[in-house]
Design a protein around this ligand. Structure first.
Ligand SMILES: O=P(O)(O)OC[C@H]1O[C@H](O[C@H]2O[C@H](CO)[C@@H](O)[C@H](O)[C@H]2O)[C@H](O)[C@@H](O)[C@@H]1O
Length: 241
């Protein structure tokens, strides 16, 4: 059964969790090549105001990276796939720094491969070198094994991160805060890495919206692409009391 479009009423009184890449901004060749639509920041600020601050961008990017794009402080951000949030104290795995010279060498040997460093992990991108996918998969698996970390495959990327949390555990934790309790969570995301978040909001009685093509998913609604997300958010925000 194809997933239906989300009713606008879902936004009313909800706690809104938004993925970033592929949901609020279109996928680009490189992480730093994205374009943030000029209308996005006022849209998110308006939504946050109407939801009394119950809006959080939950991204795989490092929080410091997201903050370069989403500057206004009233747009709350949880980075690194749920690992960068208040109340969660995890250490940077030592094996990460030991592995970086090898990963940089991989980058040199395979032009187009990009290494994105994060506070608790690293992402190996192969969007600009698709023929290097298997080499990158191998490097990710090796580092994860040595460091006792996990590999999270995403869109033309292998992310290596500690297994201490994910977008689902982050959303569940946020939902226990006084500002969020009593409100239904709504999560919008596009990637396989968003499935933990989809499952978490459904388990809490909320709703999940998949962005992009139909696939096997825990989401119950679907929007075609980033433009449709912006339009849906704008229209639903206007309808909110
Ligand atoms: O959880 P998200 O906010 O969706 O972040 C997921 C990853 O997004 C970024 O990588 C992806 O987007 C890039 C820019 O469009 C694209 O070049 C890359 O191929 C995609 O995988 C980001 O660089 C990662 O750190 C995020 O984890």
């Amino acid at each position: 059964m194809p997933l239906p479009a989300p009713p606008r009423s879902l936004l009313q009184d909800c706690a809104l969790f938004l993925d970033f890449d592929g949901t609020l901004v279109a996928i680009a060749d490189r992480p730093d090549a994205i374009t943030v639509a000029p209308s996005l920041l006022p849209l998110l600020q308006g939504l946050s105001r109407k939801l009394d601050g119950r809006l959080v961008v939950v991204s795989g990017r490092a929080t410091a990276d997201i903050r370069q794009w989403l500057v206004p402080p009233e747009i709350a951000v949880v980075g690194s796939h749920g690992l960068e949030r208040d109340g969660l104290a995890i250490a940077r795995p030592a094996a990460l720094d030991q592995a970086l010279p090898d990963l940089r060498e991989l980058q040199t040997r395979h032009p187009g491969v990009a290494i994105e460093e994060k506070p608790f992990g690293v992402a190996i991108h192969f969007r600009e070198s698709p023929q290097a996918e298997e080499v990158c998969r191998g490097a990710a698996a090796e580092l994860a094994m040595k460091a006792g970390m996990q590999v999270l495959p995403g869109k033309m990327v292998f992310e290596i991160k500690p297994a201490d949390g994910n977008k689902g555990t982050a959303i569940s934790a946020l939902m226990t805060l006084p500002a969020f309790t009593g409100h239904k969570p709504l999560f919008i995301g596009d990637d396989i890495t968003d499935e933990d978040g989809f499952a978490a909001v459904r388990a809490l009685g909320g709703a999940a919206i998949l962005v992009g093509d139909e696939r096997n998913t825990a989401a119950s609604f679907r929007l075609d692409d980033v433009d449709h997300v912006h339009r849906w958010l704008r229209d639903a925000c206007e309808e909110m009391e």
